[in-house]
Design a protein around this ligand. Structure first.
Ligand code: PAZ
Length: 313
């Protein structure tokens, strides 16, 4: 049995998983004939140290990339499955920071609170887009917290979308833990400090891109992200991932500069995307540029696949 198969040999948490699978099926069937569908993964996964979890290992990702990209995919006409870390940055809502919101309100006659004219003008187009997407039911919200929740949902979503290849796209922006504690080794209850210093051994998570590309989602356009902190390694690591998993696109980014530049790596080619000074002044988000580029490559991919299918017939 492959390592990844062992991971899925245990059952998922009951209830929420079954509901998510039903939602995925309904969502994909409803949209597949009308628009392309993208799975956007977003935010970081946790690795619990205890089964009744008090403590866990986490990472830095707030989910900004995934949330912003979701809005731009919706603008491009996609239906979006937004698989995100619970309480991470959310599309549309991200523009309304709770702290700032209090400053954006003013008291009207009669004591009613309303947005100031300036804030109302800013929020209005976001509110309109949100309402349109909601009416068209083009956004499916699925959430995870732990690595395990994430992996089960990733597999289910990929298998659903596979039925609708090549017009479905995976955009894997979540920061997924590379390490975990297997179920059998997790302490049932809160680890006691009275037992002295804690030594934890984290095992390597099986590389899920491998079954994802070749078994769960063959024929899908798969875009993964690769994060590094050492600029000298980025392209090499991104290229190695592409060669190893044989998917369509790796987007390399550095922790320090990820809001202003990324590198799109395909077989034999790497293309730096960097916001210009003008774009920064105009508050253009890099996700807008990334998503436009990914959609254009996805459209070319679809055309090529259709041509190949026609030639084969
Ligand atoms: O969530 P965020 O906007 O703060 O960061 C985005 C990101 C750096 C997590 C993403 O662009 C990324 O690189 N995800 C993949 C990370 C990896 O597994 O290498």
């Amino acid at each position: 049995m492959e390592e990844w198969e062992q991971y899925f040999s245990k059952n998922p948490a009951p209830g929420a998983y079954a509901l998510a699978c039903a939602q995925l099926k309904e969502f994909c069937e409803r949209h597949a004939n009308y628009c392309p569908i993208v799975l956007v993964t977003s935010g970081g996964t946790t690795v619990p140290l205890e089964r009744n979890t008090v403590r866990f290992v986490d990472n830095f990702s707030a989910g900004t990339r995934g949330a912003a990209s979701t809005e731009y995919f919706l603008d491009e006409g996609y239906a979006v499955i937004f698989l995100h870390r619970d309480k991470s940055v959310a599309p549309f809502m991200r523009h309304l920071h709770p702290g700032v919101l209090l400053d954006a309100l003013e008291e009207q006659e009669g004591g009613r609170l309303a947005l100031t004219q300036q804030h109302s003008a800013q929020v209005h187009p976001i509110w309109q887009s949100y309402q349109r997407v909601k009416k068209e039911k083009r956004l499916l919200w699925l959430n995870f917290t732990t690595l395990s929740d994430y992996l089960w949902l990733l597999r289910a979503a990929t298998q659903c979308l596979q039925q609708h290849a090549p017009s479905s796209l995976l955009y894997l922006a979540a920061a997924v833990s590379d390490f975990y504690i297997p179920q059998d080794n997790i302490s049932e209850h809160k680890i006691q400090s009275s037992s002295g210093p804690l030594t934890v051994t984290l095992e390597l998570v099986p590389k899920m891109l491998s079954p994802l590309v070749s078994i769960w989602g063959p024929g899908l356009f798969v875009t993964s992200f690769k994060l590094e902190t050492d600029g000298g390694m980025l392209i090499e690591k991104a290229t190695a991932a592409l060669r190893r998993y044989k998917h369509n696109l790796v987007i390399g980014n550095l922790l320090q500069t990820r809001r202003e530049e990324v590198t799109l790596v395909t077989e034999g080619n790497s293309c730096l995307v960097r916001l210009s000074e003008q774009q920064k002044q105009d508050n253009v988000e890099i996700e807008k540029v990334i998503v436009q580029e990914v959609c254009s490559r996805h459209r070319n991919f679809i055309s090529r696949q259709l041509q190949e299918n026609n030639t084969a017939q």
